[in-house]
Design a protein around this ligand. Structure first.
Ligand code: FAD
Length: 503
């Protein structure tokens, strides 16, 4: 039976870093350098003279207080911890340039940081790298409704940009669960994918221009207002997804699509993964141009979110759930299309039950189940998190395999993610970090992914967490070229060391 959604408990977005209770209840993780036996690179050591220099350009935005730096030394999931002694908060491109020029001349390593929601340990220092927080570079320069071009600094919080561009009848081409905290600069630096990549494509297509500062302080103006600009090599792409290892992004031009007038969301329950695939294939065929998201949650992950956040689930118990969204310009037409698709799927037995709504509050309530899922119980448990691309036909295969492989040694293995983009997230949940479990999971999960000809990082990047894997999973010639590029752009390797590439 297909039902219209009546009421669901409302749940807004969480701003994680501002949530004091979240930080005060967490167990401080081991230092990353100790847990993973990392050797410090041949970098300079911060002196009082360096601090005096930074104070001369940034005044009170040069922070040495241990307590104020603590939150920037630890990652979002409390899995990694660095020991930086200095946090810098520039406001302008010129300030970033002066900082990097000085650091390069002194061979002081730096770690650029956005909203610190990154999931691969790219965002926190490993040793004493100076943290350059982009938090105060949060000005919106302009929005042009006709062309859809937004120009802003990298420290703008994604959700704030979403609110701002909506006043111009536009939407951001990217949306993710961490939008209340992550920065657009962080999104671009990780080439984040998120919930609507299916509709708007990835950031390589949506970033029109970039201004970035190289390691030696040189300001590179790669700004453009156009989708078409074939003037030589497309250098901006080097900064998209390079995780702060090639330069610091200081300005961005983003192409924002028009806001949709009509949004419909359905949450459906399914009996098997085979039915999930049938439903997704049929959704692409029948909802075509208006489909804007398709997310999978297995039973364990939906329950995890609903139980933890005490949400009212609008649907019964099924092995799998699909969240389908359409965004279009004609409510009646889109509603008819969605209903007809759902009814025929139900009649064929592909889906067992479902709810559908186009009321804004209820749309947000359904999305909350999916968006809050990755944060449920994060202050109680340890999460081994995996983000892989795998062929659709074998999309969910790894989840039961991991359950079998790990047995009772872990609390739970959950599978969910952006099935519309072949991107699965696997969460392996334990009471606390265990080296023994870690060694049972890795490299097993990556080798399994490689056997399926998948990608070991679909959207979160490489960071510190996966850099050793590049040696195994990337073609040596491609890796060599990456290293050459790094050496050309950052000869002293001061930008986000210990990340992405092995020394
Ligand atoms: P940070 O975590 O601060 O930094 C990430 C990397 O970018 C680091 O290497 C850092 O050095 C670099 N960096 C940051 N700013 C700059 C800059 N201005 N110049 C140069 N380098 C810079 N990711 C997805 O792709 N899709 C999702 O659906 C998704 N959902 C998430 C849901 C939750 C609940 C959480 C916690 C995370 C999620 N993520 C997701 C991961 C994360 O939110 C993204 O990687 C995000 O893009 C990181 O942005 P940030 O501002 O927090 O960057």
């Amino acid at each position: 039976m297909l039902r219209k959604l009546n009421t669901l408990k409302q749940f807004g977005n969480l701003n994680f870093t501002a949530c004091a209770a979240y930080h005060s209840t967490r167990k401080i993780p081991d230092l990353t350098r100790d847990r993973y036996s990392v050797k410090r690179g041949d970098y300079g050591t911060l002196t009082n003279d360096d601090i005096k220099y930074f104070e001369s350009i940034l005044s009170n935005r040069c922070i040495t207080d241990k307590n104020d730096i603590e939150m920037h030394n630890i990652d979002f999931y409390y899995s990694y911890r660095g020991s930086s002694q200095l946090l810098l908060k520039p406001k302008t491109t010129e300030e970033v340039s002066a900082i990097l020029k000085h650091c390069n001349s002194r061979k002081l390593a730096v770690c650029p940081q956005g909203g610190n929601t990154g999931l691969v340990a790219g965002t926190t220092p490993i040793f004493d790298e100076i943290i350059i927080s982009m938090q105060l570079m949060n000005n919106i320069e302009r929005v042009d409704e006709a062309s859809g071009v937004l120009v802003c600094q990298p420290g703008c919080v994604l959700e704030k940009l979403e609110e701002h561009v909506s006043q111009h009848n536009l939407v951001m081409p990217i949306d993710l669960g961490a939008k209340g905290t992550c920065h657009i600069g962080g999104n671009v630096s990780t080439n984040a994918g998120g919930l609507r990549l299916l509709r708007y494509g990835n950031l390589h297509g949506n970033v029109l221009g970039i201004e970035a500062v190289k390691a030696d302080g040189t300001i590179l103006d790669l700004m453009s207002n156009f989708k078409k600009d074939n003037t030589g090599y497309h250098l901006k792409h080097l900064f998209i997804g390079s995780e702060g290892t090639l330069g610091v992004i200081t300005k961005l031009a983003i192409a924002c699509p028009p806001a949709s007038k009509a949004v419909n969301v359905a949450l459906v329950g399914l009996n098997s993964f085979e039915d999930v695939l049938k439903t997704f294939t049929s959704a692409k065929r029948n909802l075509g141009e208006i489909m804007s998201a398709c997310e999978l949650m297995d039973h364990q992950s939906l329950r995890f979110s609903v139980d933890h956040y005490k949400l009212n689930s609008p649907i019964g118990e099924y092995p799998f759930y699909l969240l389908l969204e359409t965004s279009g310009s004609n409510l009646k037409h889109d509603e008819e299309k969605m209903n007809s698709f759902l009814e025929s799927s139900l009649a064929r037995g592909d889906i067992q039950d479902g709810v559908v709504t186009n009321e804004t509050v209820k749309v947000r309530q359904i999305w909350a189940i999916r968006e809050l899922l990755p944060t449920a119980k994060i202050n109680e448990k340890y999460f081994f998190k995996y983000d892989i691309s795998v062929p659709l036909s074998r999309f969910y295969e790894i989840v039961p395999v991991m359950r079998e492989h790990l047995g009772d040694s872990v609390c739970d293995v959950q599978g969910f993610g952006h099935i519309g983009d072949s991107n699965l997230h696997v969460h392996i949940i334990c009471d606390e970090f265990s080296d023994e479990i870690y060694k049972r999971i890795e490299p097993f999960i990556y080798e399994y992914t490689a056997k399926m000809k998948g990608s070991i990082s679909a959207e979160h990047g490489i960071g510190f967490q996966k850099k050793e894997l590049l040696k195994t999973f990337k073609q040596p010639e491609a890796l060599h070229l990456m290293k050459e590029l790094k050496s050309v752009m950052d000869p002293n390797h001061i930008l986000n060391p210990y990340k992405v590439l092995c020394d």
